[in-house]
Design a protein around this ligand. Structure first.
Ligand SMILES: C[S@@+](CC[C@H](N)C(=O)[O-])C[C@H]1O[C@@H](n2cnc3c(N)ncnc32)[C@H](O)[C@@H]1O
Ligand code: SF4
Length: 326
């Protein structure tokens, strides 16, 4: 596991390191890049690895923001007593780093698709008791087609958003939305209002590109499996024009690489992998997600009808219209 310091963005004010605690997730989104990857290392072993990185890895100590991502963390995953104890060991470690002033923020990523929310609320309560509630950020996701498989799952998500706001009003919620074909069409037809969504749930919305990280052999095969997921190039540009003309997105953060963690640790098939320099742009992201590393036959963030890179297109679009930070 080699980390090349030259690739890191250690000069940034927010230096964000992320750990994948495990991939298990009961939600089963068809598009998910974690789909069908069976764990080889136990949750406890993985948590211990993360704790040792936070305690002993000098480069990790240069980061002032930590993210924990799954899979899912808060549905049933913490019901095993030993996993729970180890997880709270990690939380306690992060709390002590916060108290020492070394960690300023913790990103907790969750689907929020569960009825029983006490596992999540208990963690938030712990930070509240320590007066560190304002250092938490909840990151969740929304999708107009594949994520919410029935009315209940959407209700659970909504209830959990409202409950977090009600009980932990200092904890902001970020929602990541993949720009799928279905999402573009619904926005363009006026069936999905970005403004209404933001106001209704009192959330900040970030956008991410749809990507294929899957065992399909070709783009066509992937499209057949997941119609309406990857956007058509023409529709995507109509979407960009629409949100630009109606002033619906914050161009500074729109597809900004700084939304990514700079350094990310994951376990894959028993191997410890580190993705460094994720803020340095598309080339490096592609390098890390390259098919042979993660054992996928196809990785790309392109359109349903065109292999061009969505990320490169957005970069060119922002430059053309003078949008976002220079
Ligand atoms: C793997 S999930 C883990 C966290 C949590 N379970 C969730 O869904 O928010 C992290 C993010 O990856 C996104 N994601 C998963 N598969 C994707 C794909 N094929 N293309 C783009 N984003 C994807 C999800 O929508 C989510 O926003
Ligand atoms: S909720 Fe997140 S981790 Fe779970 S399947 Fe969906 S995208 Fe993947």
């Amino acid at each position: 596991m080699e980390i090349n310091k030259e690739n890191l963005s250690l000069e940034d004010k927010n230096r964000f390191v992320q750990f994948q605690i495990w991939r298990d997730c009961p939600v089963g989104c068809e598009f998910c890049y974690n789909k069908n990857i069976t764990p080889t290392v136990s949750k406890i072993e993985n948590l211990k690895w993360i704790e040792s990185l936070i305690e002993n890895e000098p480069i990790v100590n240069e980061y002032n923001e930590i993210g924990l991502i799954g899979g899912e963390t808060f549905s049933k995953e913490l019901s095993d007593r030993s996993v729970r104890e180890e997880f709270y060991g990690l939380i306690q470690l992060i709390i002590s780093k916060m108290k020492e002033g070394k960690v300023e923020k913790l990103y907790l990523t969750t689907s929020l698709i569960f009825k029983d929310n006490w596992n999540l609320l208990e963690v938030l309560e712990k930070f509240k008791e320590e007066n560190l509630e304002n250092k938490i950020l909840i990151c969740t996701s929304y999708d107009t087609k594949y994520r919410f498989k029935n009315e209940n799952s959407l209700k659970f998500w909504e209830n959990n958003i409202l409950e977090i706001h009600r009980q932990y009003n200092k904890v902001p919620i970020h929602v990541e939305t993949i720009i799928t074909q279905d999402f573009c069409e619904k926005v363009l037809r006026g069936e999905f209002s970005i403004t209404h969504f933001r106001e209704k749930y009192d959330v900040h919305v970030d956008y991410i590109e749809a990507s294929i990280n899957d065992n399909s052999k070709t783009l066509e095969e992937f499209n057949r499996k997941l119609p309406g997921f990857l956007p058509e190039r023409k529709t995507f540009f109509r979407f960009l024009d629409f949100v630009r003309l109606n002033n619906l997105v914050d161009w500074d953060s729109f597809f900004n690489y700084n939304l990514h963690s700079d350094l990310m640790f994951i376990e894959h098939k028993g191997e410890r992998l580190v993705f460094d320099g994720r803020r340095k742009g598309n080339e490096r992201l592609l390098k890390w997600y390259a098919t042979e590393r993660l054992g996928r036959s196809l990785y790309t963030a392109c359109y349903s009808d065109n292999y061009r890179s969505i990320l490169e297109d957005v970069k060119a679009y922002k430059e053309l219209h003078g949008l976002g930070v220079k």
